[in-house]
Design a protein around this ligand. Sequence first.
Ligand SMILES: Cc1cc2nc3c(=O)[nH]c(=O)nc-3n(C[C@H](O)[C@H](O)[C@H](O)COP(=O)(O)OP(=O)(O)OC[C@H]3O[C@@H](n4cnc5c(N)ncnc54)[C@H](O)[C@@H]3O)c2cc1C
Length: 486
Amino acid sequence: MVPTNLFADRARDVVDESGLILDPVEMAPYLTSWRDNWIGKARAVLRPTDTQQVARVVALCRDMSIPIVPQGGRTGVTGASQPNESGDEIVLSLERMKRIRSIDPDNDTMTVEAGCVLADVRAAADAAGRIFPLSFGSVGSCQIGGNIATNAGGVNVVRYGNTRSLIAGLEIVLPSGEIWDGLRGLRKDNAGYDLKQIFIGSEGTLGIITAAVIRLFPRPFGTAVAFTSTPSPQAALKLLSRMRERFAEQLTSFELIQQRCIEVTCRRIPSLRKPLPDGGAWHLLIEIAGQDADDVLQVRLGEVLEAALDAGEIEDAVLAQSRHQEREFWLLRESIPEAHKHEGRSFKHDISVPISRISVFLERAEAALKQIDPDLLMFTFGHLGDGNLHFNPLLPPGREPFVDELQAVNTAVHDLVVELGGSISAEHGIGRLRRDELLHYKSSVELRMMATLKSAFDPENLFNRGKILSESAHADSPPTGRPATV
Ligand SMILES: Cc1cc2nc3c(=O)[nH]c(=O)nc-3n(C[C@H](O)[C@H](O)[C@H](O)COP(=O)(O)OP(=O)(O)OC[C@H]3O[C@@H](n4cnc5c(N)ncnc54)[C@H](O)[C@@H]3O)c2cc1C
């Protein structure tokens, strides 16, 4: 192992003193995940200020065979942005690269550096009279580079798609130390492979994103937001169809929330208020947006909700009467992960199935888990409009899981997801959390293609080693998964 002081001496030539952290206390936050469940060790944290510095850090690490963990806002939940426990790796934080390089409102694009916090990107778009629609609970901490590296989803995917659909171009530092300038703001570009797509969702394993051209959209003139209770997920799906038929792309969010999530969140964060009186097993947070005024959209949404009430798809509804009230509804939804974090032991899943199979999934998953542990308390919320749920059952307060319970619960949930044609990771990625399960659920042909890509871009396995694929995965010895379908 290369001595750290030797590395530090050379690193000082690349980044200035404030760009190099060696002190264990200062390093600690960079080694710890949002849920405090992944804590690693590192030789150093490097904080370059521009793309050239990133390229020089990579070249230095390559020269000394030191593995790199690219890091954004550390809000990821799969252990992908923390180093392992060897102490051999360095963390490369993009947090000082936060310039908005340019805005082109006529082209509806903006060029931003990877370390820009998502909330700042959204504010810059807003100041230019446009919107950048990516949004979710960690908007104030996560960075656009991390969003791209995880292909993040969030609450507006129904209308705008996930991060992949919002990216026009990328600037990447490759494991070779070369810089790829793919910062094109084009609507159409079929000149060969679309290489940016390989890096989107690659969780820092193939390249370091240093900047991106992101797509902007016209600012909707008005919005209408409703909070409803609904008797069942099946009834909610009927309302989703009704909303789609009536509003088409004006429907921007359709979020499902189990009653227990509201109880726990309002108890843990007393400043939050329940939008509806108690009752109802499930709730929906619905937003429409368009070029009509708020009151016009509210009337239209109100008409659809009345019809849904008559059809038994909902039991009660409240329409936000002001932007402030809209914010309150959203704050409640966005605070659920924070409240859940403090509520005790839980089993987390970020699953997707075809939208039409959501209620089958929920019924069968609950039944399967009650067989494993009758004490489990269902805690489900998420992006119903995308067929993506955070299915996070809790253990009662003070109860610890029994031996192998995690394994039993994950197997029951993920076997069912796969049987229903779904995915074991809808928007959070694989990281280390789902890496071994990926081996079980992906076919060998898919795993071989992934290992081949990794070897082609990063033959020395320098970038985010052991994330998505195991440390030893290589094109010459690809991991074996399910047999390929012939
Ligand atoms: C309260 C809360 C709510 C959330 N809600 C959602 C949600 O609705 N939808 C959703 O998709 N996610 C959600 N997340 C998860 C998380 O916020 C996203 O995955 C986010 O995109 C991670 O961004 P980050 O900057 O924090 O990345 P990090 O956590 O720092 O890193 C995540 C991954 O990206 C890599 N990476 C980071 N920056 C770069 C870069 N510049 N170049 C190459 N690789 C890089 C890291 O190596 C790691 O693999 C939520 C998290 C929290 C805490």
